[in-house]
Design a protein. Structure first.
Length: 412
């Protein structure tokens, strides 16, 4: 059968390629015409290891095609963004829009899978939306008999930078509105997933996904709080974590400038939104991680004002190492704050994955983009914000005589 993948982003495109390279006929749909054109030419619109070969191969073989309108297909995978609103509630408008485009094409017998990370109850809403749009079809509601159209949730859990590996090797949670829905959805993922496929109900699958990212957020918040507290106590957080991690049951994560990306900085809010009174630890962790860029920037600004006309090099702008993604990047946030806090100071930014100055820095008259080595050479103060491999392997002699703020602890 054919699979339509709606949304060719960081998750949809790799999923489309994973299916197409294994012989499934896949149609990719996106609202962005530039993205469709790129994919139609077998070109990856973002940096992700191992995606390019699979994409160009499946396009050349005719297994992956693109369309700007949702066609009829036997299965639909919805992988659209689910950001949050200013009040941290989930913005489900893209899921709703996908439902509106899929509903008219249904004939009965199809499976619709939501992959987008969503608050508990969203898959049930998706099913109801389609039912309202297509009163002629039977859709599943909890406890119902056999529906015409099956609806399930299969949250993605791949790590950017390792998507093509993890998509195959990770275990996968599939939550159906009915058991039959889960079984049908699981059949799609068995095509490429070598991990275990765990069947459950839709709301549990939604919550499990949120919990995975909240777990990581809470643990990173712990590390970041240690960094802030250690600084206050004039202690070296890296030394303390190194020592504590020698305990057999302690494994503290790495502090940094904060938490970025479109997953860990977002998903815990969906739990807080669903149960605001009771999610105290999860909310606090979010606030600690969101507050980190300001704390880091302040430390650097405070210490820099002692210098006369210093030049500051800021290394790294992406939200984490070895990716080109600056969405919700705490490193970028820190640079913006330093640039505003020290308007007279020249700031040189460098990131091997970011070719031009991101839009949010364009207005800053004191910020310039250069190559990493040039930035370091000209600088009095070096601020390391992202642990890219290229920075790790940078020769230490370049740093001698400079004041170094190694926020990721890679040069210890
Ligand atoms: N970070 C730290 N210290 C650490 C680990 C991470 O400061 O010790 C920061 C990173 O620099 C980055 C942020 O946290 O700014 C998140 O990075 P990440 O590598 O932990 O995770 P993501 O956002 O790239 O991907 C996560 C993964 N979730 C988990 O590991 C539980 C991935 O498996 C999910 O599929 C993805 O979210 C998603 O799409 O939900």
């Amino acid at each position: 059968g054919t699979v339509a993948v709606i949304g060719l982003g960081y998750i949809g495109l790799p999923t489309a390629v994973a299916l197409a390279t294994r012989g499934v006929d896949v149609i990719g749909i996106d609202v962005d015409q530039n993205r469709l054109d790129a994919v139609a030419h077998g070109k990856v619109p973002f940096v992700e290891p191992d995606l390019a070969a699979g994409l160009s191969g499946s396009v050349a073989m005719g297994k992956l095609t693109v369309a700007s309108e949702v066609p009829h297909a036997d299965a639909y995978i919805i992988a659209v963004p689910t950001p949050f609103n200013a009040d941290h509630s989930a913005d489900l408008s893209c899921v709703r829009m996908a439902a509106e485009h899929v509903a008219p094409k249904l004939r009965g017998g199809e499976i619709v899978v939501l992959e987008s990370t969503s608050p508990p109850g969203t898959t049930e809403s998706l099913s109801r939306w389609i039912a309202e749009l297509r009163p002629d079809l039977t859709l599943p509601h909890v406890g119902d008999g056999l529906p015409d159209v099956h609806v399930a949730h299969c949250p993605e859990r791949v790590l950017p930078g390792r998507i093509m590996i993890e998509m195959v090797t990770n275990d996968r949670v599939v939550g159906g509105i009915t058991r039959e829905c889960a079984d049908r959805a699981a059949a799609i993922y068995r095509v490429f997933c070598q991990g275990e496929i765990l069947l459950t109900d839709a709301a549990s699958a939604e919550m499990a996904k949120l919990v995975e990212n909240a777990y990581r957020d809470v643990n990173i918040a712990f590390a970041n709080e240690l960094a802030t507290v250690s600084d206050d106590l004039k202690l070296d957080v890296w030394e303390i974590i190194r020592l504590a991690n020698h305990h057999p049951r302690v494994s503290i994560l790495t502090p940094g400038p904060g938490v970025g990306g479109h997953c860990i900085a977002v998903d815990p809010w969906f739990i807080v939104g669903a149960s605001p009174q009771l999610s105290r630890l999860i909310r606090t962790a979010r606030e600690i991680n969101d507050g980190r860029p300001d704390i880091v920037a302040h430390q650097i600004i405070e210490k820099s004002v002692r210098f006369r006309e210093p030049t500051i090099a800021c290394l790294g702008l992406t939200f984490k190492a070895n990716v080109d993604d600056v969405r919700e990047s705490p490193a970028l946030d820190v640079v913006e704050r330093i640039a505003k806090g020290l308007p007279e100071v020249e700031i040189l930014v460098a990131d091997p994955f970011v070719p031009t100055l991101p839009a949010t820095l364009e207005g800053a008259a004191n910020v310039r983009m250069t190559r990493p080595n040039d930035a370091v050479e000209k600088a009095d103060i070096v601020v390391l914000l992202v642990d890219h491999d290229q920075f790790k392997s940078m020769s230490r002699c370049r740093l001698s005589g400079k004041v170094v703020y190694d926020i990721r602890g890679i040069w210890r």
